[in-house]
Design a protein around this ligand. Structure first.
Ligand code: NAP
Length: 305
């Protein structure tokens, strides 16, 4: 019997993964937060994934977090700020045999989850795939990309990566997943908050070159001094390259704020500032940026944690 893929979080990435695993004939079970959400889901008849304008509904079975069965493989597909509560809701179903795949952006939530369930293996992921919700249970696959998976505590890849091959989920096992997560976090810190504060697309930051360069210098020093030198290498040229390559795009944080959604600030810029303080690395501009962003979110009446 193949192991069931439990997918907690039927949002953008959760749906993208669940739909592809399900159509490859693999056993998939969606885990929803409560009976009301399960009823809504069943009434909808399944998850709809829109690819290149074509919508297809996949009747992936669903259950609530407090269902009785054990969970051996869990894809945690919620936002970073929901991860700890979400894992607590299924903790009674996890064992030493359980493997978790953590799809959260940024850093901090992975450790919080691992500390809650020390018995389970936690695999972190960093993805460049893009998807967004058009409505409940309906997700648009917006950008093809790659997902890197890795376990900082254990370099051996799990055998079930072949399920991802079968499901057409582009991936690679990474022995330096922390470097990848830190690099992505640093790029995010140098670009996303400024797009919110300057109310611009990524390309608008070309007019704020000095501010970006100052942040890159502080981020580089931080990475070099907190045990992540590989993530620091040539950071500023890469930030500039990303700004040029994505000039016409709005950053994910910009979109969250524009849509009045909670941001993942605490797991991105907030995490960088926390680690800088812990390691005694001076990061005054990053800290000032964090304060400006918090004030901006407060003024908009949005959560700033
Ligand atoms: P999302 O669309 O907001 O989906 C999150 C889902 O988690 C929602 O369906 C939410 O349920 C569910 N959830 C939260 N707490 C739960 C709980 N306790 N029990 C059950 N379900 C729960 O988020 P997303 O865009 O997929 O992002 C997930 C993570 O992937 C984030 O860290 C994000 O930064 C990262 N990421 C996303 C993308 C992308 O393109 N979307 C790309 C790369 C990385 P409700 O619907 O009931 O609220």
């Amino acid at each position: 019997m193949p192991t069931t893929w439990h997918v907690l979080g039927a949002g953008s990435l959760g749906t993208l993964w669940a739909a592809r695993l399900f159509r490859a004939g693999l056993p998939v079970q969606l885990v929803l937060r409560n009976t009301q959400r399960l009823q809504d889901y069943r009434a909808a008849g399944g998850l709809t994934l829109v690819e290149q304008g074509q919508a297809q509904c996949y009747p992936v079975p669903g259950e609530t977090a407090d269902s009785p069965g054990p969970i051996k493989r869990l894809l945690l597909a919620c936002k970073a700020y929901d991860a700890e509560n979400a894992i607590a809701s299924v903790a009674h179903r996890l064992s030493a045999e359980t493997e978790l795949i953590l799809l959260q952006n940024g850093l901090g939530s992975q450790d919080a989850v691992a500390n809650r369930i020390p018995q389970a293996r936690c695999i972190s992921a960093s993805s460049t795939e893009g998807a967004f919700r058009e409505g409940d249970w309906r997700v648009v696959f917006a950008g093809h990309g790659y997902t890197w998976l890795g376990d900082p505590a254990h370099p051996v890849p799990p055998f079930w990566l072949e399920d991802l091959d079968g499901a057409g989920i582009p991936h690679e096992w990474s022995t330096d997943i922390l470097t990848r997560l830190w690099r992505k976090l640093a790029l995010n810190c140098a670009i996303n908050p400024l797009t919110v504060l300057h109310d611009c697309k990524n390309g608008g930051l070309l007019e704020h070159h000095c501010e970006v360069a100052t942040l890159c210098a502080e981020l580089t020093a931080l990475l070099e001094n907190c045990g992540q030198p590989a993530a620091a290498a040539d950071l500023q040229p890469e930030v500039e390259r990303v700004i040029h390559a994505t000039a016409a795009n709005y950053s994910s944080m910009y979109q969250d704020v524009a849509n009045r959604r909670r941001t993942e600030i605490s797991y991105l810029l907030g995490h960088a500032c926390k680690v800088a303080q812990r390691h005694g690395v001076a990061a005054p501009h990053l800290e000032q940026l964090r304060q400006r962003l918090i004030t901006h979110l407060d003024n908009l009446g949005l959560p700033s944690d």
